[in-house]
Design a protein around this ligand. Structure first.
Ligand SMILES: Nc1ncnc2c1ncn2[C@@H]1O[C@H](COP(=O)(O)OP(=O)(O)O)[C@@H](O)[C@H]1O
Ligand SMILES: [Mg+2]
Length: 276
C-alpha cells in the first residue's frame, strides 16, 4: 500500500513546478532479482517512480531493501525481471554515458592517474573529446568542487571527502542526463558528511543537474532530496513518496524536521503489516 504523499508533508505545487521540467526517468512496476545456484533473491517488488528534470530524487530505505540494485538497474548493469525503465522515453538496455554512478567507496579512482587525468579520461573515451578539451573541462569541474589546486595530485594523497569530490567532478564533467549516487557520503565522518551534503546542494544550484540519490539515512534523504521515495524492508516496495524540498542543512535540530524524521522512521519500521 502506498501512503498518500500529502500525509507527511504538504504539497507545495508552485515550488515543485519551478524546480522541475519534463519527465526524464520512468521506472515502472520493476521487479529485480538475483539468481544464485541455490535460490532466487527478490531485491525489489513492483517499484514505480518518475524522476523529472532538475529533481533531487532520493531512494530511502533500510539496508538490504534493494536501493543499490535499483540504482544498478537504472545504470543498466542489471535487467529487470519485470517492468521497465526508460530514460527520455527510451527503454534502458545497458550502461551509457547518459547515466553516471558515484559510489560509496573511496577507491573508485585509478591510483596511477592524477586527479585531473582521472576526470579527463572518461571524457576522452566516452565523449571523444580531444586531450586539450578534456583537460579544460576536467579543470572546470574540479574548480566547481573546490579542487582546482589539487589537479596534479594523486588520489592516495587526498582525504576521503576529497576523493568523493573528484568522483563527483568526474561524473558531472560527463554531463549525464541523470547523476546516480549510491550512499556517496556513508563512509565519511559525520562532520565531513554534513559538509558534503551542503556542497552537493550548492553544486546542484550552480550546475543544474538531475540527481537520483540512494541513502539509508532519513536525515540525509530530507536534506539532499526534493522528493523522497520510501522503500520497505527486503524486498523493497514503495511505501510512500514525500516532498522534502522545504528542508536544507539549516533544518537539523528544528522541531518540524525532527517530527518528519520520526514520522518517516515510523513509516519505514513500525508498520510492516501495511506492506502486504
Ligand atoms: N550479487 C548478489 N547476489 C545475490 N543477492 C544479492 C546480491 N546483491 C544484493 N543481493 C541481495 O539483494 C537484496 C538487496 O540488496 P541491495 O540492493 O544491495 O540493498 P541496499 O542497497 O538497499 O542495501 C539484499 O537482500 C541482498 O542480500
Ligand atoms: Mg546499497
Amino acid at each position: 500500500m502506498v501512503a498518500n504523499p500529502t500525509m507527511v508533508f504538504p504539497h507545495h505545487g508552485a515550488e515543485k513546478a519551478a524546480a522541475t521540467s519534463g519527465k526524464l526517468l520512468a521506472v515502472e512496476n520493476v521487479n529485480l532479482e538475483y539468481r544464485t545456484r541455490e535460490r532466487i533473491v527478490r531485491a525489489t517488488h513492483d517499484v514505480s517512480f518518475d524522476v523529472y528534470g532538475g529533481d533531487r530524487f532520493v531512494l530511502l530505505g533500510p539496508s538490504g531493501c534493494g536501493k543499490s540494485t535499483l540504482l544498478k538497474a537504472v545504470a543498466g548493469f542489471i535487467e529487470p525481471r519485470a517492468g521497465s525503465i526508460s530514460l527520455d522515453g527510451e527503454r534502458v538496455r545497458g550502461p551509457g554515458a547518459d547515466r553516471i554512478v558515484v559510489f560509496q567507496e573511496f577507491d573508485q579512482l585509478p591510483p596511477w592517474k592524477t586527479v585531473v587525468q582521472n576526470v579527463a579520461f572518461p571524457l576522452r573515451v566516452a565523449k571523444k573529446l580531444s586531450k586539450a578539451e578534456a583537460h579544460q573541462r576536467a579543470l572546470h569541474y574540479l574548480d566547481k568542487v573546490g579542487l582546482a589546486a589539487f589537479a596534479n595530485a594523486y588520489p592516495h594523497t587526498l582525504s576521503g571527502g576529497m576523493k568523493q569530490r573528484v568522483a563527483i567532478a568526474r561524473a558531472l564533467a560527463m554531463q549525464p542526463r541523470v547523476l546516480l549516487m549510491d550512499e556517496p557520503f556513508a563512509a565519511l565522518d559525520a562532520l565531513t558528511r554534513r559538509k558534503m551534503q551542503e556542497e552537493l546542494l550548492r553544486l546542484w544550484e550552480e550546475v543544474n543537474f538531475t540527481l537520483l540519490f540512494v541513502t539509508h539515512s532519513i536525515e540525509e534523504a530530507l536534506i539532499v532530496g526534493n522528493r523522497v521515495l520510501l522503500l520497505s524492508p527486503h524486498p523493497g516496495r514503495v511505501r510512500a513518496e514525500l516532498n522534502s524540498h522545504q528542508y536544507s542543512r539549516d533544518s537539523f535540530g528544528r522541531a518540524d524536521f525532527q517530527r518528519s524524521v520520526a514520522r518517516i522512521h515510523h513509516l519505514l519500521f513500525d508498520q510492516t503489516d501495511a506492506v502486504q
